[in-house]
Design a protein around this ligand. Structure first.
Ligand code: ACO
Length: 323
């Protein structure tokens, strides 16, 4: 018998305001066509003035808890992946904790930029497998619209706001790849690449700063490293790409998603794609895509799901789970 972390609920929340590509044509030297062809993005959601990351996270968390049939008060741990926490401290996770009426558990943020959700999932899995928690709420939530340089057409058209969440519950498994739940994880980072993607502010500069990215270089690393981490995680789980029902990748750019799927030998008919509707929502993109994939009937119980992501750091990783 081994303990497994099984997804028992999933949910998401998107801010009301939808911003089509055409809106950027009014203020920037860009076109709807350029954005669609180069990134696959057609629209994204932006948070309302004053609407915070923890508020988006709370809505997604409530939806996931409702599906799991679990009261927020009964959660053992809350892990929130975000690079856009409401404040420098306390963590946005503690704000969610209060909002869902939880006082017995512990809450903390994970900061691994776009790889944040796979980092958070992996840490939640470790808490469950080691017996430190039975029920963990794992959230990815971002308000990247707050860290954009609106004069930089090469970045500000790519990102969006949103939140997704899953509830992980401890269940007994046999220790084989037939078990439901998280089957393997693979995490990596390499700080030598920190200049490729970063925010030029923070505590050291006493301002929030805006996102800076060397897009072409990030693209090159992304395809290579995402395929590598997904392959490694599959191998750790004792599975091959033939066993995969769904790839749920970080949604940054349709061309990265397509190239990575090709490298993995997995057809696009087995990839959940939401980038056209959400843009790049960083740590929120995978749980958002999981939630959409379940809601539209793509991801079903017992399906083998591969999640993979890369972001600033560079930090990247993959999690294999049986839904
Ligand atoms: N509209 C029109 N033209 C534009 C725009 C725009 N919005 N943005 C850039 N261009 C121009 C550039 O200025 C350049 O013009 P030039 O040739 O005259 O210099 C030209 O388009 C080509 O630019 P490239 O950067 O070479 O375009 P590319 O095909 O590489 O696409 C993109 C750019 C979409 C940013 C791509 O490189 C990419 O997706 N990179 C990866 C980004 C990513 O995945 N980030 C994820 C990690 S996110 C995280 O961790 C937070």
């Amino acid at each position: 018998m081994v303990r497994r972390a099984v997804v028992t609920g999933v949910g998401h929340y998107l801010p009301e305001r939808v911003v089509p590509n055409s809106e950027f044509e009014k203020t920037l030297d860009t076109t709807d066509e350029w954005i669609r062809v180069r990134s696959g993005i057609e629209r994204r959601h932006f948070a309302a003035p004053g609407q915070t990351t923890s508020e988006l996270a709370t809505e997604a968390a409530k939806a996931a808890l409702a599906m799991a049939g679990i009261d927020g008060a009964d959660v053992d741990a809350i892990i929130l992946a975000t690079s856009t926490a409401d404040m420098t401290f306390p963590s946005a996770a503690t704000m969610v904790q209060e909002a869902i009426g939880n006082t017995k558990g512990y809450a903390f943020d994970v900061q691994a930029v776009c790889a944040g959700f796979v980092y958070a999932l992996s840490n939640a899995n470790a808490l469950i497998v080691s017996g430190q928690a039975k029920t963990v709420l794992v959230i990815g939530a971002e308000t990247f619209s707050r860290i954009m340089d609106w004069t930089d057409r090469s970045t500000c058209v790519l990102f969006g706001d949103g939140a997704g969440a899953v509830v992980l519950t401890a269940e007994d498994g046999k220790g084989t790849a037939q078990d439901r739940g998280i089957l393997s994880t693979d995490l990596n980072s390499d700080g030598r690449y920190r200049d490729l993607l970063y925010v030029d502010g923070g505590v050291a500069t006493q301002n929030t700063g805006v996102l800076r990215m060397q897009g072409k270089e990030v693209f090159r690393h992304a395809v290579e490293k995402l395929a590598q981490t997904a392959d490694t995680a599959l191998e750790k789980a004792g599975l091959t790409s033939d066993d995969v029902d769904w790839v749920v990748p970080h949604q940054a750019n349709i061309r990265i998603i397509q190239s990575t799927a090709k490298k993995l030998g997995i057809g696009m008919d087995r990839v959940v794609v939401t980038v056209q509707d959400h843009g790049n929502t960083s740590a929120a993109s995978i749980p958002l895509a999981l939630s959409v994939g379940v809601a539209n009937g793509q991801i079903k119980k017992n399906d083998v799901v591969v999640t993979e992501a890369i972001g600033g750091g560079l930090a990247w990783g993959a999690v294999i789970l049986r839904w």
